[in-house]
Design a protein around this ligand. Structure first.
Ligand SMILES: Cc1cc2nc3c(=O)[nH]c(=O)nc-3n(C[C@H](O)[C@H](O)[C@H](O)COP(=O)(O)O)c2cc1C
Ligand code: SF4
Length: 421
């Protein structure tokens, strides 16, 4: 498919992070259009565009905005810039290279949703992005794009920034809210959803960096133009972080529906040393891995779900045939064991058990029955955990056993424990 650039159009232009260069390339034009539009019209535009949240769940952005509890104020906007999912590095690109695009998108969202205060919540390691954003925010305030009576409208909007302490769970929206409020970064029970009771118990919109960065395009170009890109239900372009055993790892903006093969072989240059593809994880470490035979799956929400995985955060992790899938899975399980917040038993205990069994199998101490035990633990975490991190931890493990049992058998065959079993 033809490359279409919405988010990355001018990303490589020298100095794009400055207001001067951003404006030269059409920056902040969408604010002028706000003068002729009522807030609810902007919400309708975002609905009509078909834009779905790019943080993982793919929930329609305009619909989320329309769910805000009526007539309850103040309301808040939280931009989720936590980006802690292994393999995902696309929000960081936008934050560092084009901070004004996010500010412009947040202003559009705030205007549409009658919000006066916004927050950008970064993962703890994003100090550089945070410094660049502070500079961009100052420029935007000085120019009158933020603050009181923006563009002469009866509309005030402020943006504050907050660096987390580097916990994956703080990317989950309700844990993010807790963390912003100065509490322990643990998920809250839902419902109520943030649109009804969010930050400081007030209606809150939480959107991913990439989602908000699309908003200026929709306001400037109209929802139809955005909706014309992609597939029937997966509209627009997606920024994909391609990592692992490809020749050119990096972030690529592709129309949704592009075959995964094209992303790996054309955009990312194919497999290193021209090795064979063995497996790929389409949407970040929290979604099930798929075998090479499914590489023609179109990269969109529906097709990847039909193939048994998810689009998730849009991080395509590629593994060639030199990889032992048990070892790769052990690395992922180690991450989830470490990042489990400990609030609920299935995830707190289960992630540790999964890691321990995988470690044993990988070190040649596993018996057949331990693989069965792994499957059993997966069943006991899935849909029984308090928040989706538990399910996320299961994704790589269960799929690795489903598709790559032979890698497990190879280790079991050579293990003395297996012989005894
Ligand atoms: C464990 C966990 C981690 C998450 N991490 C992130 C993250 O780093 N960034 C993000 O935007 N969404 C993350 N999410 C999804 C958010 O909870 C939420 O759905 C998202 O920020 C909503 O924005 P969107 O509608 O624009 O996608 C995470 C979810 C879970 C369960
Ligand atoms: S599933 Fe894991 S991360 Fe989520 S609440 Fe339970 S222990 Fe915490």
């Amino acid at each position: 498919m033809e490359p279409i650039k919405i988010l990355t159009k001018d990303i490589d232009v020298e100095g794009m992070h400055t207001l001067e260069v951003y404006e030269k390339h059409g920056g902040y034009q969408s604010l002028k259009k706000l003068k002729d539009k009522k807030p609810e019209e902007i919400i309708e535009m975002v609905k009509a565009s078909g834009l779905r949240g790019r943080g993982g769940a793919g929930f329609p952005a305009g619909l989320k905005w329309s769910f805000l509890a009526k007539d309850v104020f103040p309301r808040y906007l939280c931009c989720n810039a936590d980006e802690s999912e292994p393999g995902t590095c696309k929000d960081r690109l936008l934050l560092e290279k084009n901070p004004h695009l996010l500010i412009e998108g947040m202003i559009g969202c705030a205007y549409a949703c009658l919000i006066g205060t916004g927050y950008i919540y970064y993962r703890g390691e994003f100090q550089h992005a945070s410094d660049l954003m502070d500079r961009a925010l100052k420029e935007a305030y000085d120019k009158g794009y933020l603050g009181k009576n923006i563009m002469g409208l009866d509309f005030d909007f402020d943006i504050h920034t907050h660096l987390g302490a580097g916990a994956y769970i703080c990317g989950e929206e309700s844990a993010l809210l807790n963390s912003l409020e100065g509490r322990r970064g643990e998920p809250r029970l839902k419902p109520p959803f943030p649109a009804v009771e969010g930050l400081y118990s007030k209606p809150t919109v939480i959107n991913n960096v990439e989602t908000l960065c699309v908003v200026p395009y929709i306001i400037n170009e109209g929802p139809e133009k955005y909706a014309a890109i992609g597939t029937e239900k997966s509209k627009g372009t997606k920024l994909i972080s391609v990592s692992g055993h490809v020749k050119k790892p990096g972030n690529y903006e592709v129309p949704l529906g592009t075959p995964t093969r094209e992303i790996i072989y054309d955009y990312a240059g194919g497999i290193r040393n021209d090795n064979k593809l063995k497996a790929f994880i389409p949407g970040g470490s929290s979604v099930p891995m798929l075998p090479a035979e499914l590489v023609d799956t179109p990269y969109d929400y529906e097709a990847l779900a039909a193939a048994g995985s998810m689009l998730g955060s849009g991080a395509l992790i590629v593994m060639d045939d030199t990889v032992n899938v048990v070892e790769a899975t052990l690395r992922l399980a180690s991450f989830y064991k470490h990042e489990s917040c400990g609030k609920c038993t299935p995830c707190r205990e289960g992630t540790r058990w999964m890691w321990q069994l995988l470690k044993g199998i990988h070190e040649g101490e596993g018996a057949n029955e331990q693989v069965e035990k792994l499957v059993d633990i997966c069943d006991n975490i899935s849909f029984k955990s308090f928040c989706p991190l538990g399910d996320a931890a299961v994704g790589p493990v269960a799929s690795s056993i489903k598709y790559f049992r032979s890698d497990y058998d190879l280790l079991l065959k050579t293990s003395s424990a297996s012989g005894a079993a």
